[in-house]
Design a binder for this molecule. Structure first.
Ligand code: UFG
Length: 329
């Protein structure tokens, strides 16, 4: 069974490819390397450099392998950036998924795992957030993913393409081997940026607003280890191939940490002081995102292994220390 991973050289995609290998499943990777790193994918995995919006490219890859399912990560994923560059997000995320789905339809590939996001919910109506809660995104990023979710619903009805939509909360951490981890250029995510301060590569971590309606005034997020997230994809994929039922699952740990609490935990893990600087709020940020992942635990038998924030930060710290300049490509 061959699984095509789009965006497989990106942060989450590269961990997904490792996880597929660890579960005895064959992967091929497509990635345009706009955000990903070629060296984050094992040499033994077939790799095709190209863009999911490029239909001719997809047709050429799909004609070379008997692909049974696609796991689609290739997308832009920064909440803050999307507010200033909505066209980029609709272009890449919506047109990319649309093209991929159309080529899947052409090649009669009927199973898709879709990388969606907690950003589809916007400001939550209740905590923890359930999959059935209303979706009112507060950023073009969240909206672009929601558009694709709706397209998937209609593609199921019209073409019988079954999909599992996985709405991620805040993904962090690195593979236990320390060989791959998070390396975005430029980095905008909280945990790697905090660790860059610990490594003395930046003077202070900026806290985007301390006037939110939360106990310490900073935003609360639900952090999930990237390998727990990847394992949930494997379970979702196996379940989809067995049941042929489309479904939507939240993936988080159900425990919220404020920006200040994350910084404090990083101080303990790294034993470094980590200076802070409070600045204005970042556009598009909801105050609290906290998942109920009970449905994934119940229906997929998902059993997260690295769900303590300390463990997540420790693994990210091990990667940052061994790769202080990130991947070299
Ligand atoms: N933050 C800071 N300072 C920084 C960076 C971030 O205070 O230098 C804050 C943000 O304002 C936010 C929290 O830390 O409140 C987490 O921010 P990240 O940039 O690490 O992550 P986001 O919550 O913006 O977004 C991430 C993914 C999205 C996904 C979302 C789901 O990037 O793709 O989690 O919760 F949709």
């Amino acid at each position: 069974m061959v699984i095509c991973v789009s965006g497989g050289a990106g942060y989450i995609g590269s961990h997904m490819v490792k996880c597929l290998q660890e579960n005895g499943l064959d992967a091929i990777v497509i990635d345009n390397l706009s955000n990903g790193h070629r060296s984050s994918v094992d040499e033994t995995v077939p790799f095709y450099q190209g863009d999911v919006r490029d239909r001719i490219f997809l047709e050429s890859v799909f004609s070379q392998h008997a692909i049974q399912a696609v796991i689609h990560f290739a997308a832009d994923s920064l909440v803050g950036e999307s507010v200033f560059e909505p066209i980029k997000y609709y272009q890449n995320n919506v047109v990319g998924a649309l093209t991929l789905l159309d080529v899947m339809r052409q090649f009669e590939i009927k199973s898709l795992i879709f990388s969606s996001t907690a950003a589809t919910y916007g400001e939550p109506v209740s905590i923890p957030i359930l999959e059935s809660d209303p979706t009112f995104p507060t950023s073009p990023y969240g909206e672009s993913k929601l558009v694709v979710e709706k397209l998937l619903k209609w593609s199921d009805v019209a073409y019988g393409i079954k999909s599992v939509i996985l709405r991620y909360f805040n993904v962090a951490g690195a593979h236990p081997s320390g060989l791959i981890g998070e390396d975005h250029q430029p980095e905008t995510h909280l945990i790697p940026l905090i660790l860059k301060v610990a490594l003395k590569k930046a003077p202070a971590i900026k806290i985007y607003g301390d006037d939110y309606a939360t106990p310490d005034g900073t935003c609360i997020r639900d952090y999930i280890h990237v390998m727990d997230l990847a394992q949930a994809h494997v379970l979702a994929l196996l379940n989809l191939l067995k049941t042929h039922q489309s479904a939507t699952y939240n993936l988080g740990n159900g425990e919220g940490f404020s920006v200040k609490e994350v910084i404090e935990t990083a101080r303990k893990v790294t034993q470094c002081p980590i200076e802070t600087q409070v600045v204005a709020r970042r556009s598009g940020d909801p105050s609290i995102l906290l998942a109920s992942s009970d449905k994934a635990i119940r229906e997929l038998g998902w059993n997260p292994q690295y769900n303590r924030l300390e463990t997540i930060i420790q693994s990210a710290w091990a990667f940052q220390q061994s790769h202080p300049d990130g991947f070299l490509d």
